[in-house]
Each structure stands twice: as structure tokens, then as C-alpha cells.
Design a protein around this ligand. Structure first.
Ligand SMILES: Nc1ncnc2c1ncn2[C@@H]1O[C@H](COP(=O)(O)OP(=O)(O)OP(=O)(O)O)[C@@H](O)[C@H]1O
Length: 212
């Protein structure tokens, strides 16, 4: 039985439908890689699957308590050490102890360092280690290897492989080849670009979030 299913799914951002007609199934032990050009709607689809925003049309069937979502932000508390950050999430999710998560992402030697004093790649590793202490079976990940060097990306691929082997599943938007093996499926969103246009009023053309 699928852990995540979508049928006839359309997703929208800023009141505009960006992708539509998406069907997908993700079962235990499976990884599905989302691909497509910048702006096609990968983040929007992941957020919809994770229950962070409603579908514009169609259905998502998934237990929201089964999903661990990791977006572009690492969600770390800068004043807490690496281990304390993980213990916080471990307590929230009642997941497994943090030692194995630190080790899996080569963070044991940085366990006592405040998150604010970690490098960008170390922060990203800590953000990904968080997945392990959630104990949740479905990982929904948006560009997880940003800032990671080759060795760290390999650690991440190993962690995903182990997660799948234990009956987990992963839906991952990425532009890079993670080397996860032949069994991994790829969904390119390019053919699903929405043709139906706006679904709701949007901000005026002159509005610019960065400079407004
Ligand atoms: N906050 C926002 N308000 C309005 N539109 C947005 C907002 N964020 C993104 N969009 C638009 O929604 C569309 C889908 O964006 P999304 O981030 O899902 O794409 P993506 O495939 O993940 O892109 P990338 O590969 O660049 O990360 C894009 O056309 C984008 O310009």
C-alpha cells in the first residue's frame, strides 16, 4: 500500500496554478526524485504533499504524521548546540536517540558547538540529521544537498539508502544526481506545467517582496 498518493493533483503558488494533472504513488522502500526547470513547481508540489498548503485541485492521500519535511531553511536554533538541536526535535517527535543521527552525518565531533557557529554545509548536515530523530517514515526533501560537499552528499545518500532499507520512503526535489541507485524513480514536472492560469487574485505587478 502506498504511503503517499496523489491523483489529479494541481498545485498553486501566489494564487497561480503552476502544475497540474499529477498522479504519483510512493510506497515503503521507494524514492521518487522530482526534477524540472527552475520555477516549474517542485517546491510547491512538495509543500502540498507535506500538507503545508492545500491542493488547487485533486487529492493527496497521506498520513500527515508520517511525513518529515525539510525545506530550504534548516530550522536550527542558533544558540543551541548541534546535539541540543537534535534532542529538541527528538523530544518533539518522540523519535530515536540523537547519537546515531550525529554519527550518520559526521557531526559527533561538533555535537557541543552552537548551531550558529557551524558552517553552511555543517548546518545543512544538522538539518538533515534532524530527519533521523523524527522517526517518521516519509521524507519530503527540497534540494537537500545544497551547500554539501561531495563527501557530505555521499553521507546523505547513505542515510537515504538506509532509510529506504528500513521501510521508509523519500520524495526529493534535486537538480543533482544523488547516486541513489537504479531502483529510484524520477518524475520530471515539465509536462505538468499548468495551462489554466490564475486561480486567485495576486499581488500587483509592481509589487516586489525583496525591495518593497
Ligand atoms: N511566494 C511566492 N509568491 C508567488 N509566486 C511564487 C512564490 N514563490 C514561488 N512562486 C512562483 O511559483 C512558481 C513555482 O515555484 P517553485 O518554488 O515551486 O518552483 P521550483 O520548481 O521549486 O523552482 P526551483 O528549481 O527554482 O527551486 C514559480 O513560477 C515561482 O516564480
Amino acid at each position: 500500500m502506498a504511503l503517499v498518493s496523489a491523483r489529479g493533483l494541481a498545485v498553486a503558488r501566489g494564487g497561480r496554478r503552476v502544475a497540474e494533472g499529477i498522479d504519483l504513488d510512493l510506497s515503503a522502500g521507494e524514492a521518487l526524485i522530482l526534477r524540472g526547470p527552475n520555477g516549474i513547481g517542485k517546491t510547491t508540489l512538495l509543500r502540498t504533499i507535506a500538507g503545508l498548503q492545500p491542493p488547487a485541485a485533486g487529492t493527496v492521500t497521506a498520513d500527515p504524521d508520517a511525513i518529515a519535511y525539510a525545506g530550504h531553511a534548516d530550522g536550527l536554533k542558533g544558540a543551541l548546540s548541534a546535539a541540543e538541536n537534535l534532542r529538541f526535535w527528538q523530544a518533539v517527535f518522540a523519535g530515536p536517540p540523537v547519537g546515531a543521527a550525529l554519527a550518520a552525518f559526521d557531526l559527533s565531533h561538533l555535537a557541543a558547538r552552537p548551531a550558529a557557529m557551524l558552517s553552511a554545509g555543517q548546518k545543512r548536515r544538522l538539518g538533515l540529521a534532524r530527519l533521523l530523530v523524527t522517526g517518521r517514515p516519509v521524507w519530503v526533501l527540497d534540494e537537500p544537498t545544497v551547500s554539501l560537499d561531495a563527501a557530505s552528499a555521499a553521507l546523505f545518500a547513505e542515510a537515504v539508502g538506509a532509510h529506504l532499507a528500513q521501510g521508509g520512503a523519500a520524495l526529493i526535489a534535486t537538480h543533482v544526481d544523488l547516486g541513489l541507485g537504479a531502483g529510484v524513480r524520477v518524475l520530471d514536472l515539465s509536462p505538468y506545467r499548468a495551462m489554466t492560469g490564475r486561480t486567485a487574485p495576486r499581488a500587483p505587478a509592481s509589487f516586489d517582496e525583496a525591495f518593497g
